[in-house]
Design a protein around this ligand. Structure first.
Ligand code: ZN
Length: 300
């Protein structure tokens, strides 16, 4: 029964995010690629509305993909904007970050975040980094308990990592630049090299971000994607709008599968389709906030 309900939930999720005509005409041939054993859980914890991954909940790993609900920022950042660099006030952002941490039981003063650079640098976070911002990196990894890792998003792909054997975690930010620069590959490899993680133990979760349905790209991105991916024909999809759309979800998943990572949970939730819940740089024409992907290991 459990299996059936999970499958039904996955089908409901899959169909919820695309119009029927869009799905049938353009996505039916590759729909099996989007099959998802799991479905993200939408949770309300106190004032916080967030999404979590079943594959991480199974291990009681504290993590969340925040939404735009539960904060204090006004339009166009309404309401839980986590970025100080989009025009919102520092006071609003500070309060919103506090509101993200409290329901999760996390100490905001220990969180490590990063000034993201749309590139492929990765920081190995140690106890000495507690409560700091690391400059110009797009992925954070650690095995130190009680140091939450936080990155910010509005359409770029958040990827959460967890190895339940070595108790290591990570979070990566993959826009199109990070994706063609193989940040998913490099973050997973850094976890393998630093913590002795085996590929088949690593769980990777690809969180809400702009989907192939909405991510029409131009010649520069197409050329870079063709250079970066042997399977580019599967990732660059011709849609009925006459454009080429880049499937960032499968581009990142394919990098991980090539490393032998088998446990990949896909949210299959498009941020541009769901601006009620998420910030979307493209759908909101760049005037918007940022939501967060946060993960922490604890002592117990
Ligand atoms: Zn979409």
């Amino acid at each position: 029964m459990g299996g059936v309900s999970i499958i039904l939930q996955a089908i409901r999720n899959r169909n919820r995010y695309y119009s029927p005509s869009e799905f049938q005409s353009s996505f039916a041939p590759i729909s099996t690629l989007w099959y998802n054993r799991f479905a993200m859980q939408r949770k309300i914890q106190g004032a916080l509305t967030c999404y979590t991954f079943d594959s991480l909940d199974r291990y009681n790993i504290i993590h969340a993909i925040s939404t735009r609900h539960g904060g204090i920022s006004p339009a166009p950042f309404e309401t839980l904007n986590l970025s100080r660099h989009v025009g919102d006030t520092p006071t609003n952002v500070e309060e919103n970050i506090r509101r993200l941490h409290i329901p999760l039981g996390l100490d905001v003063t220990t969180t490590v975040d990063a000034s993201q650079a749309q590139a492929d640098c990765i920081a190995t976070v140690g106890a000495e980094h507690r409560g700091t911002r690391i400059k110009d990196v797009d992925a954070l990894i650690t095995n130190v308990p009680n140091i939450p890792l936080l990155l910010r998003f509005a359409d770029c792909v958040p990827i959460l990592f967890f190895d339940p054997v070595q108790r290591a975690i990570g979070v990566a930010h993959a826009g199109w630049r990070g994706t063609v620069m193989q940040i998913a590959t490099k973050t997973a490899q850094a976890i393998f090299d630093t913590y002795g993680t085996r590929p088949h133990d690593l769980i990777a979760c690809i969180a809400p971000s702009i989907g192939p349905c909405c991510y029409r790209v131009g010649d520069q991105v197409i050329a870079r994607a063709r250079d970066a991916f042997q399977n580019a024909d599967e990732l660059l999809i011709s849609l009925t709008d006459g454009g080429i759309h880049f499937d960032l979800w499968q581009a990142n998943a394919s990098q991980l599968r090539a490393l032998g990572v088998e446990q990949i949970e896909m949210a299959n939730i498009c941020t541009a389709h769901h601006t009620v819940d998420f910030y979307s740089w493209r759908a909101e024409k760049s005037k918007t906030g940022r939501f967060g992907a946060i993960i922490a290991i604890t002592n117990d």
